[in-house]
Design a protein around this ligand. Structure first.
Ligand SMILES: C[S@@+](CC[C@H](N)C(=O)[O-])C[C@H]1O[C@@H](n2cnc3c(N)ncnc32)[C@H](O)[C@@H]1O
Length: 273
């Protein structure tokens, strides 16, 4: 996969951390034949694991996990500290429709496909905003944007080396009615760690239909969907302490900048421009 990891590495000890017992059972079954590796399973939140275990690792992986942790930046900082010198972090995250980042229309689409995807994006935006957990919240990590920017700045400063690889595929096309049907009668927990009740979801779907003024035009039309995963390799070029400190500083700097812009925009809006 990624060049810098392609040289053969031998792994003898692995700590596996997850809060979910079923996930860990599934994992144990999958690795049951691997006798050369000793797996130590911890059913505990990552935050607690890092408080209780002070070992240093050559490699730490977090596949599709950070987006579920509101304090993701603290976890990344702690992860860096727990690496050995020249240690490596492997991350995998969603970048497709699920994350609503690449959901915007592309040039190769017909006008009708573009308009369907715009409405599809509006569905997810409205849902998360109404439920008080916007997908693009700075604190939620939901689109990887802030982490990506921090890592790029650390790379420019020579603190880390970065590589990433994207894999894309087309998902089954779906109509808006099918999309809404998926939610009917269900409670929903989203990637931004909000839980929506059956009733609020049902009411949302009704409001969404009313809001899409040309509902009759989109009814029955298949929405083209695109899914993707991004795999990151982050290798430390400085000591873990130095990289972690820089990570914290850059995070705080970007958040402060963002907040200043937000408040300036708020003042402009209040002045009625
Ligand atoms: C989408 S699954 C990915 C599972 C696995 N890493 C994989 O790639 O198949 C997300 C996992 O993150 C776990 N998780 C969420 N918050 C966590 C936390 N604070 N500490 C540890 N695990 C957490 C969930 O229990 C779930 O198993």
């Amino acid at each position: 996969m990624i060049q810098s990891l392609s040289s053969s590495i031998s792994i003898s000890m692995v700590d596996v951390v997850d809060i979910n017992a079923q996930l860990l059972e599934h994992f144990e079954k999958k690795v049951s034949g691997l006798e050369a590796v000793h797996f130590c399973i911890h059913q505990t939140p990552l935050e607690k694991f890092f408080q209780q275990h002070k070992e240093r690792y050559d490699l730490i992986t977090a596949f599709f996990v950070l987006y579920l942790i509101p304090s993701w930046h603290e976890i990344v900082e702690k992860t860096i500290i727990r690496l050995k010198n020249n240690g490596c972090i492997l991350l995998a995250e969603e970048i497709g429709d699920f994350r609503a980042v690449k959901i915007c229309p592309s040039e190769s689409q017909t006008e009708e496909e573009k308009s369907l995807r715009e409405i599809y994006k509006r569905f997810w935006d409205n849902l998360t905003e109404e439920m008080g957990a916007p997908l693009y919240s700075l604190q939620s990590f939901s689109d990887l944007g802030l982490l990506r920017d921090i890592l790029r700045l650390l790379e420019i400063g020579g603190f880390v080396s970065l590589e990433y690889e994207d894999i894309w595929w087309k998902n089954n096309e779906i109509t808006f009615e099918e999309l809404i049907e998926i939610f009917r009668g269900k409670n929903l927990a989203t990637a931004t760690v909000a839980v929506y009740s059956k009733n609020s979801i049902q009411e949302f779907c009704k409001r969404f239909q009313d809001r899409v003024c040309d509902w009759d035009r989109v009814k029955g039309k298949k929405i083209p969907r695109k899914e993707g995963h991004r795999f990151w390799t982050i290798r430390l070029n400085e000591s873990p302490e130095v990289v972690a400190e820089q990570f914290g500083k850059v995070y705080k700097g970007l958040v402060t900048e963002f907040e200043i812009h937000q408040s300036a925009l708020g003042e402009i809006a209040a002045e009625g421009f």
